[in-house]
Design a protein around this ligand. Sequence first.
Ligand code: ADP
Ligand code: MG
Length: 449
Amino acid sequence: MTVCNQLAGWSEFVEFARSRCTHAAFENWLAPIQLVSESDSEVVLQVPNVFVQEYLLENYGEDLRAFVPVDQSGKAAIRFVVQAPSKKATVIEVPSKNVLETPLVEPLYALKLNPHYTFENFIEGASNQFVKSAAFGVAQRPGRSYNPLFIHGGVGLGKTHLLHAIGYHAQKHHKRLKVHCITTEAFINDLVDSLKNKSVDKMKKFYRSLDVLLVDDIQFLQNRLNFEEEFCNTFEALINQSKQIVITSDKSPAQLKLSDRMIARMEWGLVAQVGVPDLETRVAILQHKAELKGLKLSQSVAFFIAEHIYSNVRQLEGAINRLSAQSRLLNAEINEEMVEKTLKEMIKQPLNRKVSVEHILKAVAAVFQVRVSDLKGTARNKEVALPRQVAMFLAKEMVHEPLMILGASFGKTHSTLLHACKNIEKKLASDETLLRQVEMVRRHIEKEG
Ligand code: ADP
Ligand code: MG
């Protein structure tokens, strides 16, 4: 990966956006945008109407700043010219560049793989080691290790990243395999279209000819009964021929509101969860993302950011993008003041306040209706044992102290602490109530301090 300071430019953004959305969304909203000019200070775009402009800014306002110049307020510096497309318009064509070495099979609604979502760019930590190695195993031996591989976890924790990494790796190392990556929404669109065009057979044939099918965000299949059946049929046809299927979801199979048949199928292979990365991993992710952007980030600044943004990797990335835009704008290195200002806008929470074990204990006690002294005690009844483990789990995630010291503040060894964290992670995968309680504790901590 080359590290550079240059802006990637509009055409790179188009490729980025193409890999992020469905074919239909791309064609409807992004393809009609024409590049008029591009300079160091602004980009001029021609849009057919103001809705397209709004769509772009609403959905990609944040991302765009990594590709095009930013203005003084840190926003993407784009000037829009609204003009209905005319065939003779003098516009510069957006070059359609193929970002992958090997072109993938590209049927209707193919979701292109994001070339940055590779295994090399995926930072490992305790929260995602297992799922990463499962994903890597599948990419190396499609159809011959875990099948299906079901990846689930919260928003912005790397599910799509891993899915694309599998596709990219599999395609690169097994050139003859037909790999297809699709969002569930696109699968449904595909089916709707082929029903309209009376080409369902063609579609079925296509899906059944695949060697690797990667399906993102299966939760969108919930409450779509007709589509669920077709998906299930495709699924079985492929699995029966030992073709690889990988599915991502924001919930575990059992939590999805899908038919028993479908749930059972998804549990056939391996179910793996991506968890929330701990502090060290968040720091490593920040450093990696900064490096990719050619940004210098000191260890203390990285820790400062990671201490304040802890539940979502996409937000960490957002922080890096903002800082990179700022430092470019001011032509200055990133300093504490800049970080503080940027973070303040991103998280509505007082800064400079480190979360301590005491904060966590207080918040856990409030949410679970137990006493702080019980949490610190040794009673093993379930009413206090579970909240105590939650406190340890959150302490590991939020408090910047070595595990030994964290363990000690609970009167436990560091291995007991690790055990507690694992247990909570496992429970969170299937226990929605607990998930909500933990979220509540996090909010409490943010509010109360
Ligand atoms: P999800 O699909 O789970 O909502 P994504 O895969 O879209 O999340 O990840 C959000 C962003 O965070 C992506 O840009 C991705 O590259 C990045 N990301 C997530 N996890 C990691 C990781 N472990 N290492 C590096 N980048 C990560
Ligand atoms: Mg995703």
